[in-house]
Design a protein around this ligand. Structure first.
Ligand SMILES: Cc1cc2nc3c(=O)[nH]c(=O)nc-3n(C[C@H](O)[C@H](O)[C@H](O)COP(=O)(O)OP(=O)(O)OC[C@H]3O[C@@H](n4cnc5c(N)ncnc54)[C@H](O)[C@@H]3O)c2cc1C
Length: 418
């Protein structure tokens, strides 16, 4: 590959920050520019629904690297401005402040935004106590209302909703969570794991209402939500509402430039889009997954970082395909949930350990082959489970459940040292 004189990265989130630093670590000597819509240098979002929301982590610790690190690496960082269009012929982008920047290679790392409620009431978006959670500004915007005794209603029983519920209970906030589906975490876990988390949250005082559709809100004269209206005419009083109903990938910039979109910005295992001069990484992309045998769009830090590293390698001429098995984590109360693989289509789920002990594993198999594992507070066995899923282990479910025999005995023998 011919040397590229400049790399322009659109978005300054977790993937973008990693990409910029990885380029320098790979010896890339050309110009690197990061343009981000947010006012902040690249930061980690996971603590926004965990330690940062709880007030246990200062803002500085959210940042992946200090500003000085980017300066010392000669990476130009342009915060607080949106890229509004791409001209692929001229190889330029236009910013919202009308500036135009050229690029040798362009990297789109535009992430995603929270899915909005689809109710047609215009008061919803103006209500000062109804929040989504994706950014530092969102988290800081809800802090004042996140206080003991307030009534919080959470819409959505996915990871973010449940993590917020756990933090809120620690702060003695009164919490009701409504979920439209029959169980929490339904899209990602087995019924046993959902039942475990439901029981943990209920024991902590969270009222969980499943099979419950949101039908509307009541507002006071100032425009604040005072109650959430749910199916069956239920009225749930609310001082604050947090909505966690999923993510929309930010693909519009790429789509308007004519790039191929397939759920996310379509990329190959190196982050290459349908334009040879444009790469894309992180939550905004979908990639052909060798592991899944289909195109996947993931929303997770590990995949954003791995994709960034593959793309950074490609730009210095090193082919390092992104083929990782997806994995994810979620912290709720004292519990660490870690998940590897995708359980879609599983025909057998088997537990190792008892949920009553607050640490166990759930294995998902299809036709005898291990597809995915959820681990609740068993980090060491999870490390083994990651390797077993990557191996597509064919295994007797009873062997997985047998706690008298270590999981690591199922690993294939290491190749002899050469
Ligand atoms: C509350 C919360 C908790 C999470 N918890 C976990 C967890 O426990 N484990 C886990 O693995 N993952 C977790 N995630 C997901 C994880 O944070 C994302 O997968 C990760 O941030 C993806 O990084 P990214 O760089 O692709 O996108 P983002 O972090 O979304 O960054 C994209 C950036 O691009 C900017 N941008 C978009 N369009 C433009 C434009 N046109 N011009 C300029 N800038 C633009 C955006 O403003 C944003 O700053 C969590 C996410 C949230 C919100």
């Amino acid at each position: 590959m011919a040397a590229v004189d400049s790399v322009l990265i659109v978005g300054a989130g977790h993937a973008a920050g990693e990409m910029a630093i990885a380029l320098r670590m790979n010896g890339y000597a050309g110009a690197i520019t990061l343009v981000g819509e947010e006012a902040h240098a690249p930061y980690q979002r996971p603590p926004l629904s965990k330690a940062f929301l709880a007030g246990e982590m200062p803002r500085e610790r959210l940042h992946v690297k200090s500003l000085a690190t980017y300066q010392n690496a000669n990476i130009e960082f342009i915060p607080g401005v949106r890229v509004t269009s791409i001209d692929r012929i001229a190889r330029t982008v236009t910013l919202a402040d009308s500036r135009t920047l050229g690029y040798g290679k362009l990297v789109l790392a535009t992430g995603g935004r929270p899915r909005q409620l689809s109710l047609p009431d215009p008061r919803i978006n103006r209500a000062p106590n109804l929040h989504y959670l994706r950014t530092i500004d969102h988290a800081e915007g809800m802090r004042d209302q996140f206080r003991a005794g307030n009534k919080l209603v959470i819409i959505g029983g996915g990871y973010i909703g449940l993590e917020v519920a756990a933090v809120a209970r620690k702060k003695a906030i009164d919490v009701t969570l409504i979920e439209a589906l029959p169980r929490v975490l339904q899209r990602v876990t087995a019924p046993e794991v959902s039942a475990f988390y439901t029981q943990v949250h209920e024991a902590a005082g969270v009222r969980i209402r499943v099979n419950t559709a949101l039908t509307g809100f009541e507002f006071d004269a100032a425009g604040s939500v005072t109650a959430v209206l749910a199916g069956d005419g239920v009225v749930i009083p609310a001082d604050v509402v947090i909505v966690g109903i999923g993510l929309i990938p930010n693909t519009e910039l790429a789509a308007e430039a004519g790039l191929l979109i397939d759920d996310g910005i379509a990329v190959d295992e190196y982050g290459q889009t349908s334009d040879p001069d444009i790469l894309a990484i992180g939550d905004c992309t979908s990639h052909e997954s060798v592991y899944a045998g289909r195109r996947l769009r993931l929303e997770s830090v590990p995949s954003a970082l791995e994709q960034a590293r593959s793309a950074a390698a490609l730009l210095v001429g090193v082919r390092k395909p992104y083929h990782a098995v997806p994995w994810f984590w979620s912290d709720q109360y004292d519990l660490k949930l870690q998940m590897v693989g995708l359980n879609r289509g599983y025909d057998t789920a088997v537990l190792r350990g008892a949920p009553a002990n607050r640490n166990f594993l759930a294995f998902y198999l299809k036709d005898g082959v291990l597809l995915a594992v959820d681990s609740v507070s068993r980090p060491q066995e999870f490390m083994v489970a990651k390797k077993l899923v990557a191996e597509r282990l064919r295994v007797d479910p009873a062997r997985l459940a047998d706690e008298s025999r270590p999981l690591k005995e199922l690993l294939p023998p290491a190749p002899p040292a050469s």
